[in-house]
Design a protein around this ligand. Sequence first.
Ligand SMILES: Nc1ncnc2c1ncn2[C@@H]1O[C@H](COP(=O)(O)OP(=O)(O)O)[C@@H](O)[C@H]1O
Ligand SMILES: [Mg+2]
Length: 245
Amino acid sequence: MIEVKNLKKSFGRKQVLRGIDFAFEDGQTTVVIGPSGCGKSTILRLILQLIKPDEGEVWVNGINIATLKRQEELDKYRSQIGMVFQSAALFDSLKVWENVGFMFLENTRMPRDKVKALAEEKLKLVGLEGSGDLFPSELSGGMQKRAGIARAIAQDPKIILYDEPTAGLDPVTSTVIEDLIIDMQTRLDGISIVVTHQLSTIFRTADRITMFYEGKILDTGTVEEMKHSSNDTVRNFLEGKVVAP
Ligand SMILES: Nc1ncnc2c1ncn2[C@@H]1O[C@H](COP(=O)(O)OP(=O)(O)O)[C@@H](O)[C@H]1O
Ligand SMILES: [Mg+2]
């Protein structure tokens, strides 16, 4: 389980997170929603400890991650988490399989042919069998996203974080990615956290939704509960009405 306690984060004078308390439950996909700039990507970066909170704590499987000081400890911690970045963030100069196996090529002595076999196996899971020898520029946007997911699952993480996985994709490709998110969660039976403001992605992938607004959590619940939230802002957001940040 991932638990965040009284999480606060400002950038300059802008208070982005003003005290977030939340538990991301094991075995569930939690979708984090909210208007642009409300701190959705920020919380993912805090969970990965790419940035540190001003106040508050992140606990993962009983460990306060602020206590992970040594680089090896942090690397080990991060290896349990797969991150799918908003832009696929693939290295253009590396082949697709090298991108997927990057952590192994970089941080282990695993022979290249072994890494390649492992990468091909992950590519197969995301429907990119046989694309390993291509370069990212030879893939469509949707295929790049899938390659990003293959890279995120390379180390068999128990936690996968997705930052706007379907942003900018056409509806058909979005559906493919949503199916993959569901499939990966079934497979890993851990924690998936999906940050998105795309309605189809919210409704199709969420076991639970939590809405951030003005640095706080407005409401949390299942899709049905949130559609009937007592909070107007939550209901408006889920009806696709514009919610001012
Ligand atoms: N490293 C940073 N430096 C300054 N401002 C930042 C930084 N990261 C995020 N912000 C600001 O914090 C706010 C929240 O950002 P973010 O978490 O990316 O929002 P979201 O993902 O919900 O759209 C935005 O106003 C953004 O400009
Ligand atoms: Mg974002």
